[in-house]
Design a protein around this ligand. Structure first.
Ligand code: ADP
Ligand code: MG
Length: 690
């Protein structure tokens, strides 16, 4: 340790100042003489030695000074008035502080041996006779002061050694204290890291993100010790669920640019089960400050995820309950009409007028049923869409008169269409239906009138159609549920709760999305985002309602698994004059085709039992008989069926005789392998909810 003279640094408690080793030691000499000249002579003699000389003019004064000051040597006159030299010396000796301070007697009078002896006896170390010889006094004083200075130096050194020892001990104790505190902190941190259900980790910022540190808590969650992860850099990612791996790599890689990441994935634990882990972290400079690392926290999110799934499932069940309840309610009403009227017709014969009215009521009820299933199919995204490329602005412009009529005169309709033409590949009838449903809702939200704005714009690869009203708006709770089928806040009889489910189902099935912004009193905006199309506009051929029913004499192979539908359709077709062969499944139908029987048209249901759909039956039939005309029919097309059925013309169920007749005639009169296009046969009024 370096000498630290005058340590003036921090004065912490317990820290002693270092003894001063540098200031030269000085001897102080006390000259006691009542005679001023004698004292002066002594001072003169000793001056050149460089010591500090203090003069006292009596024994009493000397004793007073000795109480507070330390001296190396006392030159004491023996003969003084009052307290003489002997007395003074005795008192000096008797005091502990001064007991060993050497005393040299100076005497002019008592030169005899007895006096000298007495002087030594009273504690003198030497006796010098006056008048003092300066040389003798100097050399005697030098011997004594040297001795004093050496003794002082030894004392000072040993004090310094002691100080060093003390200092060392103190520093050691302080260090031990600090270490203890550090260990306590570490132990506490470790206890926290171990006991909390989170895993703190750090890893490389570049793939495969090799772990550098993994907290022990990982064992509690995964069943594998932390060392496993650090020792085998690929271990962590090797147990991520294959379907989640790409996403994890992508998200964690992004941290290099964004500075942070958050990802949830399934991880295969030691017990063979997947847990959902949530990993969140930041990219930050590593301990060496040179490179960057990822610091993250992993939590077991399995329970939370499963609760979320249960909640979603419960919501779904609630929606399904509402849906089935709604369907049952509506169907019961219309079935009551059907059954009641049929019952009366079966029991009593009425005049033609009444009979016709009953038949009409039954027909209306059945049509309501047909519309209802159409809306349900729209919501479930299983409706038969006939998408064509349309100019959205042109469609809206052409449709606006109908919208104006629907909202009434109290509502102003304002069109804000984009300057450029924007095209989308969608089913035009369904888009019109969606617009009508939105307009009717807007009207209901503005009972005292208001403003309805329809705006279009291009939003990157999408066409954005916004329908805005200045109406009452919706609470967040209502917003959350509006797309559920049968959800309505309107009084019984006013709302079906199916309008927005059509909008939602149609847009989703068209690979778009619906956005909703609304709050009470602030009006409502529905945004329909549909994929834009770069194709040229196609002309949708409107299917005119057939004016007169035309039959024919060609041969038709009718394939239908439902016995009642088969019988009815057979009646319709034979009624039209066609020659009909029937089959109830694909295998029977193929047998007919292979038999060589003459067939002009294959008219088949799409969804049939036995694993072979009408579509694959039609393909096989075409292979067998190229040029065979095909008409398919279905009440419900499966997912992806939009594209599939574009191969063959499709007639939606339920169909009426007139429509069937028209389709068949057109097919038979057209070219043999026509690719179907056009907007299908649904009427717009039927699909609209209100
Ligand atoms: P319905 O109109 O038969 O009630 P919808 O599916 O069309 O069924 O709408 C569901 C519900 O959404 C409505 O009952 C209404 O509460 C709310 N809603 C829809 N559009 C609007 C709107 N523009 N302003 C306020 N509320 C609306
Ligand atoms: Mg509605």
């Amino acid at each position: 340790m370096a000498r630290t003279p005058h340590a003036t640094g921090e004065r912490r408690s317990g820290r002693a100042e270092a003894p001063d080793l540098d200031t030269p030691l000085k001897a102080r000499i006390l000259i006691v003489d009542d005679d001023e000249r004698n004292a002066f002579a002594a001072v003169q003699a000793l001056a050149e030695l460089g010591h500090e000389l203090v003069v006292a003019r009596s024994g009493e004064e000397a004793l007073r000074r000795l109480l507070t000051e330390a001296f190396a040597l006392i030159l004491l006159d023996l003969h003084m008035p009052g307290m003489d030299g002997y007395e003074t010396a005795a008192l000096i000796r008797s005091r502990k502080r001064t007991a060993s301070t050497p005393i040299v007697f100076l005497t002019a009078i008592f030169r005899d041996e007895a006096h000298v002896f007495q002087a030594y006896a009273s504690g003198a170390v030497d006796v010098v006779f006056k008048p003092v010889d300066p040389f003798i006094l100097k050399s005697k004083v030098t011997v004594l002061t040297d001795l004093y200075l050496k003794t002082e130096e030894v004392k000072r050194q040993s004090a310094y050694q002691q100080w060093l020892l003390d200092e060392h001990a103190r520093v050691k104790a302080e260090k031990a204290q600090t270490e203890k505190a550090l260990r306590q902190t570490e132990a506490r941190q470790e206890a926290i890291l171990k006991s909390l259900p989170i895993v703190v980790h750090s890893r490389s910022i570049t793939p495969p993100f090799a772990p550098l540190f993994v907290a022990d808590a990982v064992e509690g969650i995964t069943g594998f010790p932390a060392s496993r992860f650090v020792d085998e850099p690929g271990f962590g990612s090797s147990r991520i669920h294959p379907d989640d791996l790409d996403m994890v790599v992508e998200r964690v890689s992004a941290a290099a640019h964004t500075g942070r990441y958050s990802v949830e994935f399934r991880w295969l634990c030691a017990d063979g089960r997947y847990k959902v882990l949530q990993d969140q972290g930041v990219a930050a400079p590593s301990a060496d400050g040179e490179t960057r690392e990822i610091f993250g926290v992993i939590l077991d999110a399995t329970d939370r995820r499963s609760l979320e799934e249960q909640l979603a499932q419960a919501r779904k069940m609630e929606a399904v309950g509402q849906l089935t309840g709604g369907v049952a309610h509506d169907f019961n009403n219309l079935l009551t009409v059907v059954l009641g009227n049929i019952d009366i017709m079966a029991r009593k014969s009425e005049d033609d007028d009444r009979r016709a009215r009953r038949i009409d009521a039954v027909r209306q009820a059945a049509e309501r049923g047909r519309d209802l299933t159409k809306q349900l199919l729209a919501f479930s995204r299983r409706q038969h869409l006939s998408p064509v490329t349309i100019d959205v602005n042109a469609l809206i412009e052409a449709f606006t008169p109908l919208v104006r009529q629907a909202v009434g005169e109290a509502v102003t309709v304002d069109l804000q269409l984009s300057d450029e033409a924007i095209c989308a590949h969608v089913d035009p009838t369904q888009l019109e239906t969606a617009l009508l449903n939105l307009a009717v809702n807007a009207r209901d939200a503005m009972p005292d009138g208001g403003l309805l704005t329809v705006a279009t714009s291009r939003d990157r690869d999408h066409v954005l159609i916004e329908v805005r009203d200045s109406g009452v708006g919706m609470s967040p709770e209502v917003c959350e549920r509006v797309f559920e089928p049968f959800f309505t806040t309107k009084e019984v009889g006013k709302g079906s709760g199916l309008g927005l489910s059509q909008v939602y189902g149609f847009v989703r099935q068209s690979e778009g999305e619906v956005r909703l912004v609304s709050s009470p009193g602030q009006g409502t905006t529905f945004g329909l985002r549909l994929p834009a199309s770069a194709e040229p506009v196609e002309r949708a051929e409107p299917e005119a309602e057939p004016a007169l029913v035309e039959g024919g004499h060609e041969r038709i192979l009718l394939v239908e698994d439902d016995a009642t539908v088969l019988t009815l359709t057979l009646d319709m077709l034979t009624g039209l004059g066609y020659a009909v062969t029937t089959a109830t499944n694909a295998a029977e139908a193929l047998a007919v085709l292979q038999s060589g029987a003459e067939i002009d048209v294959l008219f088949s249901d799409v969804v049939m039992p036995g694993g072979v759909s009408g579509v694959s039956l039609a393909r096989t039939a075409r292979d067998l008989r190229p040029g065979l005309r095909v008409l398919l029919t279905s009440g419900f097309v499966g997912e992806g069926a939009v594209l599939e059925t574009a191969e063959f013309p499709l007639l939606d169920k339920p169909y009426e005789g007139r429509l069937l007749a028209a389709k068949l005639r057109k097919l038979l009169d057209g070219p043999a392998t026509r690719r179907r296009r056009g907007r299908g046969s649904r009427s717009r009024e039927a699909a609209a909810a209100e």
